[in-house]
Ligand binder design. Structure first.
Ligand SMILES: [Zn+2]
Length: 271
C-alpha cells in the first residue's frame, strides 16, 4: 500500500517551514489514500531530545495533522552498508573544505565511511517542479568512524523498509535527492516519488532555525494564533487556503523561497 511520512528531527521545535513541509506531506498522502507514517529522525544523539519529540507530536496534532502509525525512531534501528560502495575518509571538515578530499582514490583503514557516489547526471521528476537533472558530486558520510549511521544512509534505508512510496519535504533537500537516488540504484531498490516544498526563510534571509523562535508553532499558539490562521498563512504556497486533501494538486505547489516577516506574514524574497 502507498505510504507517505512525517519525519521530524527532534532538535528544535516545529516552525512554519516544518509545518509547510509536513502539511504538504500529509495532504499529498491523504489525497492519494496513502498511509501516513510518523518517524522520529533522532540519529543526532547530541542534539535530539525526547521532550522535543513529544512537543513536536503535540504541535502536529494541534495543526490537525494525524498519522496512522508511528514507526521506530532512527535511534532504535540498525543500519548496514551491504552492497554500498564506500571509501574511508579521515579528513577534517577544514581539510575537505580548503584542500579537498582525495580519500576516494586511497585505501585508508580509518575514518568515516563515505558513499563512493557513482558520477554522471541523475534525472528525476519532482511532482511540483517537474523534470530535474543533477550531477551528484558529493560523497556523504554514511557511517561515522564510531559506527553510528548518518542521515543520508538512514533516510534511504528507512524509507525503503517502512514502505514509503512518496517523499514530500522541504526544498532545501532537493539537491540531495540525486545522491539518494544513486543509493537506491546501488541497493537495487525502487525510489519513492519526490515533491519538494518552497523554503521559508526568516526576515534575515536565513533558513528558519531556533534563532527564529517567533515562527515556531508553539510561539504562534501562545501569541493567540489558531491552527486555521497558521494554515491560512502558509497554505497559499501549496495552492490552497484550507487543510483539505480534496483540493491538493502537486502541480499548484510553489517553488523557490519565501520570507516570513516579524508579524508572521509570508512575502516573496526581496529582489
Ligand atoms: Zn577525505
Amino acid at each position: 500500500m502507498a505510504a507517505g511520512r512525517l519525519a521530524p528531527t527532534p532538535s528544535g521545535h516545529l516552525h512554519l517551514g516544518n509545518a509547510l513541509a509536513f502539511g504538504a506531506a500529509w495532504l499529498s498522502a491523504r489525497a492519494a489514500g496513502a498511509r501516513v507514517l510518523l518517524r522520529v529522525e533522532d540519529l543526532d544523539r547530541g542534539r535530539a531530545r525526547d521532550d522535543i519529540a513529544a512537543a513536536q507530536r503535540e504541535d502536529l496534532r494541534w495543526l490537525g495533522l494525524d498519522w496512522d502509525e508511528e514507526v521506530l525512531p532512527q535511534s532504535r534501528r540498525t543500519y548496514a552498508l551491504d552492497g554500498v560502495p564506500v571509501f574511508r575518509c579521515a579528513c577534517t571538515r577544514a581539510t575537505r573544505l580548503y584542500l579537498g578530499c582525495s580519500c576516494r582514490h586511497k585505501a585508508h583503514d580509518r575514518g568515516h565511511f563515505r558513499f563512493d557516489t557513482p558520477r554522471g547526471p541523475v534525472a528525476f521528476v519532482d511532482r511540483a517542479r517537474g523534470p530535474q537533472l543533477f550531477d551528484p558530486d558529493e560523497d556523504p558520510i554514511l557511517v561515522r568512524e564510531d559506527g553510528e549511521a548518518a542521515y543520508p544512509l538512514a533516510v534511504v534505508v528507512d524509507d525503503h523498509r517502512d514502505g514509503v512510496t512518496e517523499v514530500v519535504r522541504g526544498g532545501d533537500l532537493l539537491p540531495a535527492t540525486a545522491t539518494q537516488i544513486r543509493l537506491y540504484e546501488v541497493l537495487g531498490w525502487t525510489p519513492p516519488t519526490w515533491l519538494h516544498t518552497p523554503v521559508i526563510l526568516g526576515a534575515d534571509g536565513k533558513k528558519l532555525s531556533k534563532s527564529h523562535g517567533s515562527t515556531e508553532a508553539r510561539a504562534l499558539r501562545a501569541a493567540g494564533w489558531t491552527a486555521d490562521r497558521v494554515w491560512a498563512t502558509i497554505l497559499p504556497l501549496l495552492g490552497l487556503r484550507h487543510l483539505d486533501p480534496a483540493g491538493f494538486d502537486a502541480q499548484k505547489v510553489c517553488s523557490g523561497s519565501f520570507v516570513v516577516d516579524a508579524a508572521g506574514g509570508i512575502l516573496p524574497p526581496p529582489g
